[in-house]
Design a protein around this ligand. Structure first.
Ligand SMILES: Nc1ncnc2c1ncn2[C@@H]1O[C@H](COP(=O)(O)OP(=O)(O)O)[C@@H](O)[C@H]1O
Ligand SMILES: [Mg+2]
Length: 240
C-alpha cells in the first residue's frame, strides 16, 4: 500500500471503527439484497468525480475478502486510474490488455497484501475507452473473472461525464451508487440514477460518503436505514 492517506483508508477497516462497521454493514446488505440471486458482479459508480467510488470499491473489496472470499477489483476507470495509489500494483498492465488480447483476467490479476483480494489494474490508456469497456469482450471479462473469483467489483468513471458506467451497469448483477455528502448535488444524483434506470440497471443501494478532513483525521459517521418500501433504488445501504 502506497501513501499514508490511502493506506489509512484501508487499514481503518481492521479496527473496530464506525468506518469499518459501515463497510461490514454494506457487505451484509449486499448479501441480503442477493438472497435469491447472489450479487457477485457489482459496479460501483457515482454522478461525478472525486465522490469516493474508488475508496468504496477498495474497502468493499477488503471486507468481502475478510470473509474468506476471493475478490477481484477491476479498474474500469481507464481515463483516471487510481487503484495503484492504494495498492502496490503495476498500473500499466490490466483491463485494456485483457480486452484487446482476449486474455483470461486471472492471468493479469495482481495479488495484494490483503489475503484473497486481487486487482486487475486498468492498463494502458486506450484512445477509445468507452468502446472498449462497452464491448462484448467486457462481458466476457466479467464472466471469465466470475469463474475464478467469488466477487468481481468494477471501479468506474462518473456517470454524468462518460457513458462507460451506463453500459457496464447492464453487464453486472448489481450497481452501488456513491453520493458524497455535502458535495454531490441532488439534481446530479437524480440524473445519474435516471440514466441507470433507463437501461434497467439493478441499483442495489446508495452509499453516502461523507468526508471532512478538518479534524486532521477522517470523519465518518454510520447509520443504516432501509427505506425500501418495495422500491429497490431507494435503499440506503451505509453512510461512510
Ligand atoms: N470516506 C473518506 N474519507 C477520507 N477520504 C476519502 C473518503 N472518500 C474518498 N476520500 C478521498 O477523496 C479522494 C477521491 O476519492 P476517490 O475514491 O478517488 O473518488 P472517485 O473514485 O469517485 O473519483 C481521494 O483522495 C480519497 O482518498
Ligand atoms: Mg476513482
Amino acid at each position: 500500500m502506497k501513501d499514508k492517506a490511502n493506506k489509512n483508508i484501508i487499514t481503518n477497516l481492521s479496527a473496530r471503527s464506525p468506518f469499518a462497521e459501515a463497510f461490514r454493514a454494506l457487505r451484509t446488505n449486499i448479501n441480503f439484497a442477493g438472497l435469491d440471486n447472489p450479487l457477485r458482479s457489482i459496479l460501483i459508480t457515482s454522478a461525478g468525480p472525486n465522490e469516493g467510488k474508488s475508496v468504496v470499491t477498495c474497502n468493499l473489496g477488503v471486507v468481502l475478502a475478510q470473509t474468506n472470499k476471493k475478490v477481484l477489483i477491476v479498474g474500469c476507470d481507464l481515463r483516471r486510474p487510481t487503484l495503484h495509489k492504494v495498492f502496490d500494483i503495476n498500473e500499466h498492465v490490466g483491463v485494456t490488455n485483457v480486452l484487446i488480447n482476449e486474455l483470461d483476467p486471472a492471468e493479469l490479476a495482481q495479488p495484494t497484501d490483503v489475503p484473497g483480494l486481487s486487482i486487475l489494474a486498468s492498463g494502458p490508456i486506450p484512445p477509445n475507452p468507452s468502446e472498449l469497456v462497452g464491448s462484448q469482450r467486457m462481458k466476457d471479462l466479467i464472466s471469465r473473472a466470475l469463474e475464478k473469483f467469488d466477487y468481481v467489483l468494477l471501479d468506474s468513471p462518473p456517470i454524468n461525464i462518460v457513458t462507460d458506467p451506463i453500459v457496464m451497469s447492464t453487464l453486472v448483477d448489481g450497481v452501488i451508487m456513491v453520493v458524497k455528502s455535502g458535495a454531490t448535488r441532488y439534481e446530479n444524483a437524480r440524473e445519474a440514477q435516471a440514466k441507470l434506470e433507463k437501461v434497467g440497471a439493478n441499483i442495489i443501494g446508495v452509499v453516502l460518503n461523507s468526508i471532512s478532513m478538518s479534524s486532521g483525521d477522517y470523519y465518518y459517521h454510520y447509520y443504516y436505514t432501509q427505506e425500501n418500501e418495495g422500491k429497490k433504488n431507494s435503499q440506503r445501504i451505509a453512510s461512510l
